[in-house]
Design a binder for this molecule. Structure first.
Ligand code: ADE
Length: 258
């Protein structure tokens, strides 16, 4: 990937489990506390990086992304987390790399069309193509080459992780954990190309759009956003999602450094 100034990559994790391994892998790590968050600065596989936990929801994610850019000088942002499936083809254990993100709880009608973020003229915020290509490539390499080795065979059987896939497309975010088939089906009816639902990505997307910072989002699918979602989510996050995020970010940094 070509960039004019030296890359400093902001890596935002939605979950503590996802961030822990990255922070431990950092060379020359120093920490800075600000605004109820700990930012860890250092080198990850020869990439200058800043890791931080966003916590949950759009406001938390927007604040984190803004501070990464304005206070810690990151030039690019990658967000990792888990998501509920928004399409039958997207299975638990698959990875979704966003091409665009939308706030599914944005509704300022009749002043603005449904989903449009007022005064941006946009419903959907596009991710950076080059960074997303690299992230999807890294995720595919991780799933094909590393996943079987880093996951417990019992987890592979339990979560049916035999042939996980990478998908690319629309992710929708809102300040709601979606745990009902009726709710996700209603969103799907309004957004037929929806692949996944989560609670932060579109907020990071809006901040990065407004600040002119290239960004992308990766989500490991932890549940089907239905009545079983909360139980599946908890089991999956603790055991599997952290290893997906670590393995994919490692391969992403190696690609970007190479
Ligand atoms: N993150 C993981 N699963 C989710 C769901 N079902 N709804 C919102 N965010 C999620």
């Amino acid at each position: 990937m070509t960039t004019d100034k030296k890359m400093r990559l902001g890596i935002i994790s939605a979950l503590h489990e996802e961030q822990q391994g990255l922070v431990e892998a950092m060379q020359g790590a120093v920490t800075r506390s600000h605004g109820m968050r700990v930012y860890t600065l250092g080198q990850l596989w020869n990439i200058d990086a800043v890791c931080v936990l966003s916590r949950l929801g759009k406001v938390a994610a927007a604040m984190t992304a803004s501070l990464l850019v304005e206070k810690f000088g990151v030039t690019h942002i990658v967000f990792t987390g888990v998501a509920g499936s928004g399409d039958k083809s997207v299975k638990v254990g698959d990875i979704v790399v966003a091409e665009a993100l939308l706030q599914h709880d944005m509704d300022a009608r009749p002043l603005f069309p449904r989903f449009e973020v007022p005064l941006t003229g946009l419903q959907r915020f596009a991710t950076d193509l080059a960074l997303s290509e690299q992230l999807a490539g890294a995720a595919g390499d991780f799933l094909r080459q590393d996943a079987q080795a880093v996951l417990d065979p019992l987890e592979i059987a339990q979560f049916h992780l035999q042939q996980p896939q990478v998908h690319r497309g629309l992710i929708a975010s809102g300040d709601q954990f979606i745990g009902s088939a009726a709710h996700v089906n209603q969103l799907k009816a309004e957004l037929p190309d929806l692949l996944a639902v989560e609670m932060e990505g579109a907020a990071v997307a809006q901040v990065c759009f407004e600040l002119g910072v290239p960004f992308t989002v990766m989500r490991t699918v932890s549940d089907n956003a239905n009545e079983e979602a909360a139980v599946d989510f908890m089991r999956f996050v603790h055991s599997v999602a952290s290893r997906y995020a670590f393995g994919t970010i490692k391969r992403l940094c190696q690609r970007l450094a190479g």
